[in-house]
Write a protein that binds this ligand. Structure first.
Ligand code: IMP
Ligand code: MG
Length: 185
């Protein structure tokens, strides 16, 4: 039962919509004019709903690429090692302004790796946008340029974020009941 798994709803559907409106306004102001050529890079699978909802609010033409990385094993702690499971290639890196879109920043390892990866490929610029941020968990010095909401050190799921690969389809973000995790690892 979902009720036994949810400790509390942390970010409601309404608040997610407000966050996305605010972030889109910032991105529209920063990338909408001039000679910017925005390529959104969605970090699958978790950032998928956030990416599509955010892109719908951009008021200029952009492109979409997807990557998939794994930093976690099967549990809830970052292994620190990043593996690129899906990458993309294109011939115009030096003409593109990349915005990597993530569901959540935890240790910071994933986005540090991806920013470095895109710069090595010759990207003209790389910035990052995350729906959620757990700054207290950082293991490397990393700050995303666009942050939806800072949250405490609690394991969350829903709206793209998984709990053992499930519940990505919830329209809100919830804190998992710690008893549930204890019983399932
Ligand atoms: P980082 O590399 O440690 O910053 O990890 C970021 C990735 O860990 C995110 O893209 C998520 O996939 C995953 N992650 C971190 N915290 C949570 C959480 O509370 N719930 C679900 N996934 C999480
Ligand atoms: Mg993720």
């Amino acid at each position: 039962m979902l009720n036994n798994i949810i400790e509390k709803v942390l970010v409601t559907e309404e608040e997610i919509a407000e966050i996305i409106d605010r972030l889109a306004a910032e991105i529209n102001a920063d990338y909408g004019s001039g000679d910017k050529n925005l390529v959104v890079v969605s970090v699958l699978k978790g950032a998928m709903p956030f990416t599509t909802d955010l892109m719908k609010k951009l008021d200029f033409v952009s492109e979409l690429e997807c990557v998939r990385v794994s930093s976690y094993g099967s549990g809830t702690e970052s292994s620190g090692k990043i593996r690129m499971l899906l990458d993309f290639d294109r011939e115009d890196f030096s003409e593109c302004d990349f915005l990597v879109v993530e569901d959540i920043v935890d240790s910071g390892n994933t986005l540090t790796y991806l920013v470095d990866h895109l710069k090595k490929k010759g990207a003209r610029s790389v910035k990052t946008c995350t729906l959620l941020d757990k700054p207290s968990r950082r293991k490397v010095d990393f700050d995303p340029e666009y942050v939806g909401k800072e949250i405490p050190d609690e394991f969350v799921f829903g709206y793209g974020l998984d709990l053992f690969e499930k519940y990505r389809d919830l329209p809100f973000v919830a804190v998992v009941n710690p008893e549930y995790i204890k019983d399932h690892v």
